[in-house]
Ligand binder design. Structure first.
Ligand SMILES: Cc1cc2nc3c(=O)[nH]c(=O)nc-3n(C[C@H](O)[C@H](O)[C@H](O)COP(=O)(O)OP(=O)(O)OC[C@H]3O[C@@H](n4cnc5c(N)ncnc54)[C@H](O)[C@@H]3O)c2cc1C
Length: 381
């Protein structure tokens, strides 16, 4: 058995864990990080709103920028907010771990002050960060998507003059009335390539990838884009909720939950990467100050989480044909309120205002579905 001690132990080296390990090391803290495959190269396409990214992130971590991304809900709308696709390899390399002691191992027990790995290694630390991600479970609400990468020249007509489709809810994907809806997400990966992805925002269970693949091909064929069958493919499936054990109070001092395992994952949109990058320095501040303030749950963070969980339950309960109308109302909000709802995790007033402003603009059937969701929501839970 190996015994190690450190200021900070980070469990999990996905984007969240690697960001917090990196920023702790930059701040001069002694860090041990544990992951079964610490050298695994990340492959997903990660995107974010540009204003969410921390200033310390080098520009090279951004692969492409869409200054006026568009949505199609009931009609074409431009979102006045810059959206960007990250350069995944550059992001990973930017989160340098040179002065972090990295262990290849699987944590089997994680407390607030100790990490034990499967091979019996024990790491004692003043602070433990649990960034093990969520769990791939059909019992949890999940997001799924199926995408292909097409040369810009061929894909450009699909963008119809926009620089990205954040969501295109038009129904030319062959989905039958009453079936769970999906939307087209289309972003530039770089100057030469566009990712075209049919996405199920959230479902329990989410749409299967085979269905999304068929819908994507239907949609593209109807828009006169012939695929070759040789395009690179991106398959997406991840849970937008933390695993139940992470939610439970085990009665002992727990680790700081971070990344998609924590409330940094937006349960109604599936975004967490930018929030994790932005929150890394708050964690460092808390650790350097010797306090555990970073893990306290002030009432506004708690409130935002509850409101977002309500947003998730609403998304899960809406009738399929109401979904585009729901997003039509959402994208009619001023962009500041859209930001409050989509980004950060502590703007309780903004999140509440966005939801209250949206409510009266929704069709009666959608208001009824939301009201039912609220009535069924336990006061705590
Ligand atoms: C294809 C795809 C595209 C996505 N696109 C976006 C996007 O555009 N924007 C966005 O914000 N989000 C996106 N997401 C969702 C989400 O943000 C990502 O899943 C992101 O990777 C979450 O980061 P994380 O570090 O919290 O968790 P993970 O990336 O899941 O990392 C968890 C790490 O913990 C390690 N680990 C697990 N168990 C243990 C253990 N017992 N001991 C030690 N280590 C362990 C794993 O090996 C892994 O390295 C996408 C997800 C996918 C799959």
């Amino acid at each position: 058995m190996n015994d190690l001690s450190a200021d900070v132990a980070v469990v999990g080296l996905g984007p969240a864990g690697r960001a917090v390990a990196h920023r702790c090391a930059v701040a001069g803290l002694d860090v041990v990080a544990v992951d079964p495959h610490p050298a695994r190269r990340w492959t997903p396409t990660y995107s974010a709103w540009a204003d969410e990214l921390p200033s310390w992130l080098p520009e090279k971590a951004v692969a492409s920028i869409a200054r006026k991304p568009a949505v199609w809900t009931d009609r074409h709308r431009v979102i006045d907010r810059t959206y960007c696709v990250l350069d995944t390899p550059a992001l990973q390399s930017a989160l340098i771990l040179d002065s972090v002691r990295v262990l290849a191992g699987t944590a089997v027990d994680v407390t607030g002050s100790r990490v034990t790995t499967a091979d019996g290694t024990v790491v004692d630390a003043r602070h433990v960060v649990d960034a093990r991600g969520t769990r791939d479970s059909r019992d949890l609400a999940q997001q799924t998507a199926y995408g292909i990468v097409v040369e810009r020249q061929r894909a450009e007509p699909i963008l119809e003059g926009s620089d990205a489709w954040f969501m295109d809810w038009r129904t030319d994907n062959g989905a039958l009335p009453g079936e769970a809806p999906s939307f087209l997400y289309a972003v530039a990966l770089d100057d030469d390539r566009i990712l075209l992805e049919e996405t199920c925002l959230v479902g329990r269970p989410a749409l299967e990838l085979a269905i999304l693949r068929t819908r994507l091909h239907n949609r593209l064929a109807r828009r006169n884009l012939e695929t070759t069958g040789h395009e690179d493919v991106e398959r997406v499936r991840f849970s937008v909720e933390p695993p139940p054990r992470a939610r439970a109070d085990t009665g002992r001092r727990g680790p700081l939950l971070f990344g998609s395992r924590s409330n940094l994952m937006h349960p109604a949109t599936g975004y967490s990467v930018a929030a994790s990058l932005a929150a890394a320095d708050h964690v460092v501040e808390g650790f350097r100050g010797g306090s555990r303030s970073s893990r306290s749950r002030p009432v506004h963070i708690w409130t935002v989480q509850k409101l977002r969980n309500l947003g998730l339950r609403t998304a899960l309960s809406l009738e399929p044909d109401m979904v585009p109308q729901f997003f039509s109302s959402f994208f009619s909000l001023p962009v500041e309120l859209q930001r409050s709802y989509l980004s950060g995790h502590d703007d309780a007033v903004g999140t509440m205002t966005a939801m209250l402003k949206m409510f009266p603009t929704l069709p009666a059937s959608a208001r009824l579905a939301i009201a039912r969701t609220i009535v069924r929501t336990p006061v705590r839970g």
